[in-house]
Design a protein around this ligand. Sequence first.
Ligand code: FAD
Length: 515
Amino acid sequence: MLANVSSSERMASHPMQRFQFVVVGGGIAGVTCVEQLASDFPSAEVGLITAASHIKAVANFKQVSQTLEEFDVEERPPSVLQEKYPNVTVIQSAVRSLQADQHTLQTEDGRSVGYEKLCICSGARPKLLTQDQPYVLGVRDTDSVQEFQKRLSSAKRIVVVGNGGIALELVFEVRGCEVVWAVKDKAIGNTFFDAGAAQFLIPSLEAQRPPRDAVCKRARYTTEQGPEGGSDGGPEGGLHTFTAGGDRRRPGSGSTGAGSALGPDWHEGFLLRGAEETPQGVRVEYECEVQEIFTPSDPLRPQPEADYGAWPVYVRLTNGRTVGCDFIVSATGVVPNTDAFLQGNNFSLAEDGGLRVDDHMMTSELDVYAAGDVCSACWEPSALWQQMRLWTQARQMGWFAGRCMAADVLTQPIELDFCFELFAHITKFFSYKVVILGKFNAQGLGADHELLVRCTKGQEYVKVVLRGGKMVGAVLIGETDLEETFENLILNQMDLTPYKDELLNPNIDIEDYFD
Ligand code: FAD
């Protein structure tokens, strides 16, 4: 164990701090990993290096079914972790560089840290449409949502670009401002849904949505006063709570410094209101991308065009339309935060820029593991699982990485955990409960699949993906109560050919049927 600091090091101006385990990143992956290591090895020194002023921790964890899980995420001061685990030291600074061959790290505030085993959980940042364009905003952490909220309050029209979960939630939540939503696909929400599910959800965007309540009715704990308009009071303390599904508490408005990614219900504590009094709609521009962004004074703006004076910024879309707006929200995915770790090392990177990890969460560098948004799962996955950069997977990977690091130290074998057997996610979109399972969008199945769909407008949308008569995926929108039965049918790979006609029959209690 390397926990002791030698006397010569103590004498140096920047003594090397040594830990048996070091984890970088105080998001959900990093904190879960630290907790796993600290409880497995109470006598080992565990260091957590994080750029943000708060850490994120899982609370009220609930295993809903074999693979579905729900939990709250609490944003806490780092001291909470150190109080719970006396063997944990939190260093609040960003990592500047890593020397993997020497097992050392340097931080921005000038420290050197030595490790035996390292886990990188530095998350990801928004992939911005363009850098250094003041009219383009990315949404990632509490600070960026506050900036978005501030700019929205005087905006009459915004353009949202992107078709993932963040864009979906954002367009639904904004009030009092026209939203032009540019998606590159034929349907909204392509990351999670197919065109059928999108059709089910579209009326929610068109409906007269009630104004959002400006007052937070639940207790909320902050460690500092939010900026003007960003805080609605609440008891002072050290806890921010985010909730995944069900009972929804609201996040606090304190700063998160360099920022962990927000999680489920990230918008809940923020009033997303524009400058218009009357309800404003959402206009979807399908199958297009941003071709260019220009301001009225831009000498390179396209000519000739209509009056460019009305809006501060314009977006030229690949479908030929030009849209003026107050600002643009770039919600086009994320880029893994690997920059600080790459120079001088030999990390294998995946196509999406993540650190490649094997089925032990190990990177290509000796004794360096990675988990959460920063990594790319490069093992041969189960036929029913895929990586998606989501809250639940950050927790699962952080936890499993901790277990793998422990197993390696103890030279014990460890198998890939069951949670990587079946992709399973619960969330809420447009106020509907959404459960997605397995190959919910027939990912990678080509033509070799069949879809069964049941839809009741405004109530529920159920889609089942079958391959060779066996269920391999499902999308459940609304209170369908089918998740456990479908999860079982997917996991046990029963041949459903004889039951196909009854499977989605609303008059049959499917749970009893397969009991
Ligand atoms: P993060 O939470 O990003 O944490 C990374 C940590 O690393 C931070 O503490 C950061 O400060 C630290 N760090 C970074 N670089 C360094 C460095 N060089 N040195 C030291 N520390 C560093 N997921 C869902 O499941 N459901 C949702 O509804 C959902 N909504 C989302 C909405 C938004 C707006 C966003 C941005 C994401 C959303 N996600 C959602 C995704 C989810 O938040 C992420 O998948 C998850 O938070 C990833 O956790 P992580 O621990 O890997 O990374």
